[in-house]
Every structure is written in C-alpha cells, then in structure tokens.
Design a binder for this molecule. Structure first.
Ligand code: NAP
Ligand code: HSE
Length: 433
C-alpha cells in the first residue's frame, strides 16, 4: 500500500531498549496495516538514547535522527507525540513535563513514574488539553486501561485482582514447575527481557504495586498513595512453601488486589496461595492476568503477555494510533475530577482472609497443642494442618491452613508463638486468595 496523502504523524521516541526496539519493529512490520487504520503514515522522526555508540537490534530508517538531547524531541515543532520508553522517575518526568508544556501529546509505559508523580502530569495534560496515554504501563499487551476507562465505565468495580508482574510470575512458575531456585529463575527472566532495569522492583512487589495504584485510579476514581499500599515481594518464597502449598492444592502467586469493603478500599500486593481450581493458578510464565468484577458486567478475566518488546509495543501503538485519530480532548484518567479524591483506606491488618502459616519447631510433645491453644485464643480456626518430621535435625515444619480470620489476629498468633522456646525462626505467613 502506498503512503497516505495526508500529513504524517511524527513521533519522538525516548528510549530504544526492550520496548523501544519492539516499537520500531512493530512500526516496520505492520506499517501498511497501521496506516490503513489511522489514515496517516506514522514516522519515527527522532530517537533519544543515552549512548549513541551502543550496538542495537533496532533497524532505524536512515532519516531517523538518533540523539542524546531531550530538547531534540521537546522543542522540535514537527514532533506531534513524544513516546517515553526510558523508564525511571527523574529524566522521564522532566521529559514528559516539558513535552506536555510544549504542547505535545505523550504516550508512556512508565508505571513507576505515573504511580509516584502521575497526578502532577495528568493535571498538566488536562490544563493543556493533551493526551497522556499509558496503556502499556499496566500488564503489557492486555488492554486493561482502555477497558476500565471506557468499556467498563458505567460499572462500580466490586473487586479487581491479578498477576501484575510477569517477571515474578515467571520466577514462581520456574520454581514451581522446574524446581529452579530463586536466583536461577531470576537470571532467566532477565535474559528474556521481562525484568525491569532494576529487578528489585519486580521481585520486591513494587512494580506490581505501581500498576495496582494506576488500576485503583482507573477502577475507583480515587488516589491511593503508593506509600500507603502494603507490599510484599517474592524473595522469601521457598521451594519448601511451594511444595506445602501444592499439598493443600494451591500454587503461590504474586497477587495485586483491591476491593471495596464497607466503603473503604482494601488493597495490597502479596504472595498468596491460589487454589488450583482458579483460572489465576494456571497463569504461567511472563503472562499476566487480571480479574475484574463490575456490578453490572459481573466477573471477567483478562489474560495475556504482560512484558516483552513486541507485546508492550502493541499497547504503546494503540495509544499512539488513538491520539493520531482523536479530534477531541483526550480522556486520560477516565474521570472528570482533577485531582482525584484521596482513597478512604482500610488498614491492611483489618483485612479478613484465610491464611497459610508455617512454623519451624522442635519435634517434642506439647508443641502442636501449645500452638493450637494460641490460635484458639485469638479466634483463628484451623482448616488443615500438616507436620513433616525430620529425624536429622530434630526440627519440623508445621503448616496450618486457617479459616478466614483478621490479619491482625494472625499477626498476634505469630508473635505469641515466636516467644515460645520450641520455635526456630523464620515463621512464614501468606494470605490465601
Ligand atoms: P530498557 O531496555 O532499559 O531501555 C531503556 C532505554 O531508555 C534505553 O535505550 C536507554 O538508552 C534509554 N534511556 C534510559 N535513560 C535515559 C536517559 N536519561 N536519557 C536518554 N535515554 C535514556 O527499558 P525497557 O525494558 O524497554 O522499559 C522501558 C519502559 O517501559 C520502562 O518504563 C518500563 O517500566 C516500561 N515497561 C517495560 C516492559 C518490558 O517488558 N520491558 C513492559 C511494560 C512496561 P541506552 O540504550 O543508550 O542505554
Ligand atoms: N518488569 C515488568 C514485568 C515488565 O515483569 O511485568 C512489564 O511491566
């Protein structure tokens, strides 16, 4: 197909790493298809990187300029949209802020930045009547931002939960299925390009937390400060706990969740036991999945590739193409209020759920009775229990699966048992979905 006759849409791309290179590839491989849908050519005019000499996989058009100066994107009057795929919260903030101030639409995949400083940038975009689009920042290729902002806009969202970090899910999948240890599985995830430049964001649950904060804004129209979100990562998940969970019929997944409880938002990111019967338990590798329940729509599950160059570029291009077509003021947050009201937050310890608790104890008479007594005193009812003897060490893991109980009560049980002489730390506690 020949070039469209109308003027092209010109992009300034910041970042030519995993996602940036994916974008270049997608623009190249589907150019005709994209032109047919947008009605214009999409041209990559300038690309910002840190290091001009770095060897790159991306095949750039000879007319595309490679630069290390952000101003070459921001000041250039020929650039219509700045696509920010650098990551980080410093230079990326400056670039997006100055691009919006200069009257350019922005597309970004940067959930860390939007979770931490989104309100400032959305306010500026709104004041300028510009698009600040971020489909790629949550769950890679899965169109969850658009779904919450537009397709489910009439619904009150009852609950939203899911697997929001591909790297963590890949690591847990490899630990569960192949028996790899944590470090081996992390290295594989990094080699595949799933992990963030700083993988602690993935394994400590922060990347999932960034995404959850964005999803809460979209689903509930409330600003849930990142600093108040309870977050636990997967670094302490052991093959032993994965095996115990499997004995009970569960798999361990890193879950981000939010629900409305008596008017307040209960939210957090935790490694959780997910029963094998749930669809989420079968989400493998770097795939993400998000279960959303709307009051009118009922429950639905979004499942797809949450990371990687092409899948993420697919979402970036959806935003670019929407802005290329738009003739009206873009809908960035899905709500008319600016700023969004602060969330009324339910304290994490007040949450009620079932629990997995593993104590490591001396193998002697009265231990099980002592633990059971404390659990009874705190109103934590045992659903199942397993003890595995080890004649070599004299210590045994005792694992409890409980009925629903407040997190606060379980913390008190763990503290009380922690003071007993037969206990050898660490005690492991996970919530059950
Ligand atoms: P990446 O592979 O580390 O690439 C980052 C790129 O940005 C590199 O080309 C780097 O230049 C450039 N860059 C970084 N800081 C810069 C600066 N201060 N000035 C100029 N250029 C700079 O990152 P990525 O994995 O593609 O991720 C990009 C963004 O997408 C992040 O916000 C990430 O959270 C998000 N995201 C990633 C994925 C994924 O699967 N990777 C999925 C969804 C969202 P050099 O090449 O010269 O070093
Ligand atoms: N590091 C992220 C992940 C990339 O593993 O899910 C996608 O946001």
């Amino acid at each position: 197909m020949k070039s469209a006759g109308v003027f092209p849409l010109r992009l300034g791309l910041a970042g030519l790493g995993t996602v940036g290179a994916g974008l270049v590839r997608l623009l190249d491989q589907n150019a005709d298809w994209i032109r047919r849908r947008v009605g214009r050519d999409i041209v990559l005019k300038t690309v910002l990187v840190r290091d001009l000499a770095k060897p790159r996989d991306a095949r750039l058009d000879p007319d595309t300029v490679l630069t290390t100066r952000p101003a070459d994107l921001v000041v250039d009057p020929d650039i219509d949209i700045v696509v920010e795929l650098m990551g980080g919260t410093g230079a990326a903030f400056d670039l997006i802020h100055s691009a919006l101030a200069a009257g350019k639409h922005v597309v970004t995949a940067n959930k860390a930045l939007l979770a931490e400083r989104g309100p400032e940038l959305f306010a500026l975009a709104r004041a300028k009547g510009l698009g600040l689009s971020y489909e790629a920042s949550v769950a890679g290729a899965i169109p969850i931002v658009q779904a919450l902002k537009e397709s489910l806009a009439a619904n009150r969202i009852v609950s939203l939960l899911g697997i929001l970090n591909g790297t963590a899910n890949y690591i847990l999948t490899k630990m569960t299925g192949k028996g790899l240890d944590f470090r081996e599985a992390l290295h594989k995830a990094q080699a595949k390009g799933y992990a963030e430049a700083d993988p602690t964001l993935d394994i400590e649950g922060l990347d999932a937390a960034h995404k959850l904060v964005l999803l809460i804004r979209l689903a509930y129209g409330e600003n849930y400060p990142l600093a108040r979100l309870p977050v636990e990562g997967i670094t302490s998940v052991t093959p032993l706990d994965i095996r115990f969970a499997a004995e009970f019929g569960y798999t361990i997944k890193l879950i981000g969740q939010v629900k409305r409880v008596d008017g307040r938002l209960e939210a957090g990111v935790f490694p959780m036991l997910v029963h094998g019967d749930y669809l989420l338990a079968s989400v493998q590798g770097a795939f993400n999945a998000i279960r959303v329940e709307g009051d009118a729509s009922g429950p639905m599950l979004f499942h797809g590739k949450g990371a990687g160059g092409l899948p993420t570029a697919s979402a970036v291009m959806a935003d670019v193409m929407a802005l290329g077509r738009a003739g009206h003021c873009p809908n960035n947050t899905g709500f008319l209020e600016d700023p969004l009201p602060e969330a009324d937050i339910l304290d994490s310890d007040e949450a009620v759920c079932r629990h997995f608790i593993r104590f490591n104890v001396e193998d002697r008479a009265g231990v099980m009775a002592a633990i059971s007594r404390v659990m009874g005193e705190e109103g934590v009812s045992i659903f199942q229990a397993v003890q595995k003897g080890d004649p070599e060490t004299g210590f045994v893991p005792i694992v409890f699966l409980t009925h629903a109980a407040p997190v606060r009560a379980v913390r008190r049980v763990i503290e009380a048992v922690g003071r007993m002489s037969f206990l050898r730390p660490p005690t492991v506690h996970y919530r059950v979905l």
